[in-house]
Design a protein around this ligand. Sequence first.
Ligand SMILES: [Zn+2]
Ligand SMILES: [Zn+2]
Length: 166
Amino acid sequence: MGEENSYEAIHEYFTKYLREHKHRRTPERYAILEHVYSYEGHFNADILYNLMKQDYRVSLATIYNSLDLLVECKLIIKHQLGNQYAQYERAFGNNNLHHHLICTNCGKVKEFSDKPIRVAIQSKAFVHFKMSHYSLYLYGICGKCKDELKKGIIHIPRFTEDSDDF
Ligand SMILES: [Zn+2]
Ligand SMILES: [Zn+2]
């Protein structure tokens, strides 16, 4: 994909990909692409389904299917975190460069941005490796789970309470 990351360019890239790989160019797939590219931040298949069913007839199976296709052609990034449902985010046109905080109990993903970390990673040079992109995950317990843990609503094996709030 070139410098131009407008929605039009994304659309064109997707069309080319579908054609070259002999996938059908269905209106559902384009509708899903459009909804994904107008969504800010992370989402899962259910969020997308609930968003789309308001004005579009599309099944959850079609959504899963199309998300796989979008991952395959690298238009979206998939975050598969343990046993939790996969979360996705668009790969282009997202100027919000961020890192991820993952709750190991409920699977919630929170974004955070830290320029010094970003600069440090991006300035790394390797002799036999050319980095194209990266993602960073920090694991821990989210605020909600921490509260529930404190109140005894949930129990997490081997969890020690020594971390600060997110
Ligand atoms: Zn993200
Ligand atoms: Zn949590």
